[in-house]
Design a protein around this ligand. Structure first.
Ligand code: XLS
Ligand code: NI
Ligand code: NI
Length: 455
């Protein structure tokens, strides 16, 4: 390794156990620990994101960057800066022991003076990333194109009133989709940050919907043409930076995909903070996507109950995440998706090691949520009570109502008197107690691999 960017973390972050004293050790996350017959690492498939963690200086709308990220200095030579950034990112990935990363084209490769030059720079850097991936074994969970930072995208990319912008965005997605394929990426994400509006007074909603559908159809068609076998994912968000974003939430995306015959081509990448902004729990978003058959991947983070924007904080609440992880594992777990840490340090967290502390805490929260989910699944009571609630639908009446019948026949049965419904308890509090019991009873050290070794 060249000069380490994180000299205070000299080795790979170890597992220290729940009561371990080292703040730079995992308390719960143990990649090899087997949970419900599968390694923890394979359940969670954790990724580090290159944008907030390596390509953001810690600026906000009122102030400049506060972080120590030398490669973001505008005076730095662009290609040398791009390499320094990758050095630091891969050092971080290895020291943290994470299997995956995610990035936008513009996180790693600056734009050139012409489209051709931009393409050449991207190609060169993708080769560099490919070498680092084979040297370290780190894999790409997903790639994506930044269709929101450049001034040309101020009025949207696919939904821009100017077809020339649509064309540039399409060319940019083509090249990043192909780059993702070259790196063996397991998914390709489209977040429509500026696919929305600031004012209805100058916006043609019907036209913009057609443009977005056409764009997504072109991307899906290209995916098949080049034989990319990863999953295409849309990332819903209700607003910010636009006043209203078209991919509002999981249910809105599902309706859109069905209207345009794209439901077989796309799934969703759900972000915790985006659910909060949409007025939903994250549990709701996950359950909705699973029920609609479009669940794909997760952007792990959280908002802050006191403000209404995308604060992208590191996850810290097992209570909040456990139910979402329960739904995911109960539905069979991730296929191509995983937990991408789309998370931002607070602006005052300016020590280089803060990035380690933040990830360690967030990853432990996700790992502990997995243990709670496993406890709920092993116990089986939650599932049993839910099945029991719908048991009537497996009987003769239920099957008839869902099968061959009509309102005349139904009314006849009701008039005949053999139907006499009695309301039953939904048992909500009893069920909530079951969830708390699982949260309170999970002992993160039980059956721990390192615990067993040490003991
Ligand atoms: C922004 C989004 C973005 C996507 C990738 O709110 O979360 O970071 O995940 O473009
Ligand atoms: Ni995101
Ligand atoms: Ni976000």
């Amino acid at each position: 390794m060249v000069d380490a960017f994180f000299p205070d973390v000299t080795d790979r972050v170890p597992f220290g156990g729940l009561h371990g004293a080292d703040p730079l050790a995992f308390r719960v996350y143990e990649p090899d620990r087997v949970v419900l017959g599968k390694r923890m690492e394979d359940h969670l498939r954790i990724a580090v994101c290159l944008w907030h963690s390596f390509n953001w200086p810690g600026s906000d709308v009122f102030g400049v960057g506060t972080f120590d990220r030398p490669w973001l200095n505008p005076a730095a030579e662009p290609m040398a800066a791009a390499r320094a950034k990758l050095d630091a990112a891969f050092e971080f990935l290895q020291k943290l022991g994470m299997p995956y990363f995610c990035f936008h084209d513009r996180d790693v490769a600056p734009e050139g003076n012409s489209w051709r030059e931009t393409q050449r720079i991207l190609d060169e850097i993708i080769d560099d990333i490919g070498r680092r991936m084979s040297d370290t074994g780190v894999k790409l969970l997903w790639g994506t194109a930044n269709l929101f930072s450049h001034p040309r995208y101020a009025a949207g990319a696919a939904t821009n009133p100017d077809p020339e912008i649509f064309a540039v965005a399409a060319a940019q997605v083509k090249s990043m989709l192909e780059a993702t394929q070259r790196l063996g990426g397991e998914n390709y994400v489209l977040w429509g940050g500026r696919e929305g509006y600031e004012s209805l007074l100058n916006t043609d909603l019907a036209r913009e919907e057609q443009q977005l559908a056409r764009f997504l159809a072109l991307v899906a068609e290209h995916k098949h043409r080049i034989g990319f076998d990863g999953m295409l994912l849309l990332e819903p968000k209700p607003q910010e930076p636009t006043k209203h974003q078209y991919d509002y939430d999981a249910a809105t995306v599902l309706g859109f995909l069905q209207r345009h015959d794209l439901a077989g081509e796309y799934r969703v990448n759900l972000e915790v903070n985006h659910a909060t902004l949409a007025g939903h729990s994250f549990h709701h978003e996950i359950a909705t996507a699973i029920a609609g058959g479009i669940f794909g991947s997760v952007d792990a983070n959280r908002g802050d109950p006191q403000n209404g924007w995308d604060t992208d904080q590191f996850p810290g609440s097992v209570e909040e995440l456990s139910l979402a992880v329960y739904e995911i594992v109960q539905a069979g777990g991730f296929t191509s998706g995983g937990f991408n840490f789309d998370t931002k340090l607070r602006r005052q967290s300016m020590d280089r090691t803060d990035l380690f502390h933040a990830h360690i805490g967030g990853i432990d929260t996700v790992a502990r949520s997995l243990l709670v989910a496993a406890r709920l699944i092993e116990d089986g009571e939650l599932k049993r009570l839910r099945n029991e609630r719908y048991a009537g639908w497996n009987g003769e009446l239920g099957r008839t109502l869902l099968g061959e019948t009509d309102l005349d026949a139904i009314a006849e049965r009701v008039l005949g008197g053999d139907i006499d419904p009695r309301p039953v308890s939904g048992r909500q509090e009893r069920i909530e107690n079951l969830v708390n019991k699982a949260i309170w009873s999970v002992d993160a050290e039980t059956a721990s691999v390192a615990g067993a070794r040490a003991g």
